[in-house]
Ligand binder design. Structure first.
Ligand SMILES: Cc1cc2nc3c(=O)[nH]c(=O)nc-3n(C[C@H](O)[C@H](O)[C@H](O)COP(=O)(O)OP(=O)(O)OC[C@H]3O[C@@H](n4cnc5c(N)ncnc54)[C@H](O)[C@@H]3O)c2cc1C
Length: 407
């Protein structure tokens, strides 16, 4: 069976719902469909708080049907392939869907199988990951129950790109603080990352090196986790020179390698690395004028966060509606992204930056300083912004300071 819509959105995650909701507010006449296979929608930015025992997973979960805007038709299926020359895509259930305009926001996939032993051990033997919503509560169990005799708390980070690159270290800081509060300072905390430094933006890397040293965390860059032996609680790493090393752990928080979803990689929309190829400013496909992309799935060189999507979505809608009206694409995304880095229970650094790693704060406060006010912003403010503003299509925005001079 074939269905036809004016706008088809692939993926009903943070980006897909935001796009549908803004369209709903700007022009209710447009026939919109969202293709999304999942029944549930997680507020992923709170998974760090779930892993740290601050909030529950259920508090950050809604049914997909609750977040799909009224104007949109939900096609509960998976896209398997695109035929952009014919303005058509194919679904796993056998139907095809035709569109005038396509917006692709299928997120990214976690490649759990790329680390030997990870699939078999995730959720047991002290192996956990906040990148898997179902396992974020197990992260908290691991932190809460760890004793020095069990071995060190080990946190890893895989090579970029990963979504919200602050995630691997945020949970390490919270664990270190928890151990301190519970007088378990004798638990060693180890952080090993495949990246050359703690954070991609040098201004914030300096700040975060102070934080990591302050907690006494043993930090090693350019070292990747390659194997887990759950029974022996042994993690194997390889460094930049190809040397392997083994670390016995009490708990192991893993950040898996991440890539574009397979059906994007094999599609005509992908670049040579498999990510959806878009113009980094207009977010239009570089190959098909009536196709746009945003969120984690694209190759635009911003940090992959929900905060980036909040700024990208109005740009995509402006440009899609301009195209529909035969006008020029005049709206540009400047690469804004933000990473709320919880540096302890009670404090947070709000790292905001745009293309080129230029620091661009929203509030008139030094971005270097871990602040209690930002912790409360994370705890309450940002989730309200997500569920009640972004996913409802409200475009209220506070401009970020593009002329900020680094202090
Ligand atoms: C632990 C963690 C902490 C984070 N912390 C923060 C933070 O503090 N701040 C921040 O801004 N960001 C944070 N992020 C990142 C942020 O959550 C993501 O960048 C954002 O959710 C990406 O949105 P998206 O719509 O691109 O992808 P997603 O929200 O992942 O949605 C993609 C959707 O596509 C669907 N899909 C997949 N395959 C198909 C298919 N074949 N057909 C149709 N649909 C398909 C999926 O089911 C999914 O619903 C965090 C992420 C994690 C995991």
């Amino acid at each position: 069976m074939s269905k036809a819509f004016e706008v088809v959105i692939v993926g009903g995650g943070a980006a897909g719902i935001t796009i549908a909701a803004i369209l709903n507010r700007r022009n209710r006449q447009i026939r919109v469909a969202i293709v999304e296979p999942s029944d549930v929608h997680y507020y992923q930015p709170a998974l760090t708080l779930v892993g740290a025992g601050v909030q529950s997973l259920s508090h950050n979960t809604r049914l997909e049907v609750q977040v799909i805007p009224k104007n949109a038709t939900w096609i509960k299926d998976k896209v398997v392939s695109f035929e952009p020359e014919d303005n058509q895509l194919q679904l796993a259930g056998g139907d095809s869907v035709q569109y005038d305009y396509l917006v692709v926001c299928a997120g990214l996939q976690c490649d759990w199988d790329k680390i030997e032993g990870l699939v078999d051990n995730l959720g047991k033997n002290g192996v956990t990951s906040n990148y898997s919503p179902e396992h974020a509560p197990y992260t908290w169990e691991c932190i809460r129950d760890l004793r020095a005799d069990d071995g060190p708390a080990v946190f890893t980070q895989s090579a970029m790109p990963i979504k919200c690159p602050g995630v691997p270290q945020k949970i390490a800081y919270l664990a270190a603080h928890y151990f301190q509060k519970k007088r378990r300072r004798d638990i060693p905390v180890i952080f090993r990352t495949a990246t050359p430094s703690i954070f991609g933006v040098p201004y914030f890397a300096k700040v975060l090196m102070k934080v990591i040293k302050g907690w006494g965390i043993d930090f090693t860059p350019q070292t990747s986790l390659i194997k887990i032996d759950g029974k022996k609680r042994m993690a194997t790493f390889v460094d930049g020179e190809g040397q392997t090393s083994e670390v016995e752990y009490g708990m192991l928080h893993v950040v898996p390698p991440q890539s574009a979803p397979d059906f994007i990689q094999s599609s005509p929309l992908a670049d040579e690395n498999g990510w959806m190829d878009v113009d980094k400013n207009t977010l239009q496909s570089t190959r098909y004028d009536n196709v746009f992309g945003l969120g984690d799935v694209t190759n635009s060189p911003n940090s992959k966060t929900a905060a980036a999507i909040r700024k990208q979505a109005p740009v995509v809608i402006d440009n899609l509606l301009a195209l529909k009206a035969n006008a020029d694409l005049s709206s540009d995304y400047d690469g804004y992204s933000s990473c709320p880095l919880t540096t302890s229970y009670g404090k947070m650094v709000l790292a905001e930056f745009r293309y080129g790693g230029q620091v661009t704060p929203t509030f008139p406060l030094s971005p270097k300083v871990p602040r209690r006010s930002y912790w409360y912003l994370k705890l309450w403010g940002l989730s309200i912004l997500y569920w009640d503003f972004m996913l409802k299509g409200y475009e209220w925005d506070k401009a970020h300071d593009v002329d900020f001079v680094e202090d």
